[in-house]
Design a protein around this ligand. Structure first.
Ligand code: SAH
Ligand code: SF4
Length: 360
């Protein structure tokens, strides 16, 4: 019998597992705290568990995080971890500190199937979904490495699912991992400080609203279906009118009273003043904030970052219309940790690279 990986379970799963072993539910809370609060991976270190229970566990289960390949720190305090995902694959996790918060950016898949044209992960193709252990394992490692500040507060205060992959395309595993992020017996983060970023999988947005409403960021990137169909191809399935309606529905249960719209600034594609005005009209019924992301280049992307003045002008139009707009700073560029540059290592099962060469 292969050993069960306890990192694959949220508290409900652990409780069910302990019930099978004939143990009391509080054991699940106890072990969850050992694993997630203290970063322990050996049963032998769990000093308040009876020896008999520890040996019972050793025969059936283990705590098996993804293996760490490299850990890098940038001059600006950004950290990046490369974690082994087996079969020559790897995924990346990035920690970004600023004055008020410490944010961990987590990956959800090896590669991504959604083919947004300006995204390095999308260009690499898709291999597979990450398991719960591989998703929560990113937080487990980072939390162990960074620990607490001198006042005893956790260094990681926020999690954003903005690494490699589309989180809502790996729905069940992502929701189990979210449960662990929120659970007081695991990471105890507030719903407002955990953000799922999606390119707009409308049915899954509706499910998330019911199952585990956390803060939501939507990768909008275009003011019209014409442009969005080209750069975010999932738009052909769930066009903007449907996406806006899904955002409104999400807000009925969301922990924050706005959606964050991410908008990558691509020179000459989506950055003209008329696009900003169209955008204002598109979102008129959705309480929202904008996060403008200057495009982060990668080899052979075919796109250019908008000029600083263009971004300024675009931002001013949104602000004049009454919107709150943030401009994402590029962090950790000395270790290639910027948004959309997370390359990891993907053995592409979809053979996208090959298809592109054939087309060219
Ligand atoms: N799949 C999810 C989350 C991962 S990407 C999503 O698409 O929302 C996190 C953000 O980075 C998304 O808004 C994505 O569109 C953006 N992004 C992707 N490639 C980028 C690039 N090269 N430069 C800047 N932002 C990029
Ligand atoms: Fe996938 Fe998000 Fe990249 Fe689009 S932007 S290809 S959804 S990771």
């Amino acid at each position: 019998m292969p050993l069960i990986n306890l990192l694959d379970y949220d508290l409900a799963g652990l409780t069910a597992y302990f019930a099978e072993l004939g143990e009391k539910p509080f054991r699940a809370k106890q072990i969850s705290r050992w694993i997630h609060h203290f970063g322990v991976s050996e049963f032998a270190e769990m000093s308040d568990l009876a020896k008999s229970l520890r040996s019972k566990l050793e025969g059936t289960a283990h705590i098996w995080p993804p293996q760490m390949v490299t850990q890098q720190a940038s001059a600006d305090g950004t950290h990046k971890w490369l974690l082994d995902a087996g079969s020559m694959n790897a995924v990346e996790t990035v920690f970004i500190p600023d004055a008020q918060r410490g944010t961990l950016c987590i990956s959800s898949q090896v590669g991504c199937a959604l083919e947004c044209t300006f995204c390095s992960t999308g260009r690499q193709g898709f291999n597979r979904n990450l398991s719960v252990a591989e998703i929560i394992g990113q937080l487990w490692w980072a939390n162990r490495a960074l620990g607490r500040d001198p006042k005893g507060e956790r260094i990681i205060t926020n999690v954003v699912m903005m690494g490699m992959g589309e989180p809502l395309a790996n729905y069940a595993n992502v929701v189990t991992a979210l449960n662990l992020m929120l659970d007081d017996h695991a990471y105890g983060l507030s719903r407002r400080r955990v953000t799922v970023s999606t390119s707009g999988l409308v049915p899954a947005m509706d499910r998330l609203r019911e199952d585990c409403p956390v803060a939501l960021a939507v990768s909008l990137h275009a003011p019209s279906d014409k442009i969005r169909d080209e750069i975010v191809p999932i738009n052909r399935k769930y066009p903007l009118a449907e996406l806006m309606a899904a955002c409104q529905r999400y807000l009925e249960k969301a922990p924050r009273d706005f959606i964050t719209f991410e908008y990558v600034m691509l020179d000459g594609i989506n950055d003209k003043p008329e696009h900003a005005r169209q955008l204002v009209s598109l979102v008129r019924d959705v309480p929202c904030k904008f996060n403008l992301i200057p495009f982060n280049p990668f080899p052979n992307s075919g796109f250019k970052r908008s000029r600083a003045e263009t971004i300024q002008r675009f931002r001013d139009i949104l602000i004049q219309a009454g919107h709150i707009v943030t401009l994402r700073k590029t962090r950790g560029s000395d270790i290639d940790a910027a948004c959309g540059q997370l390359a990891g290592k993907v053995q592409d099962r979809t053979q996208r690279t090959l298809r592109r060469i054939e087309v060219a």
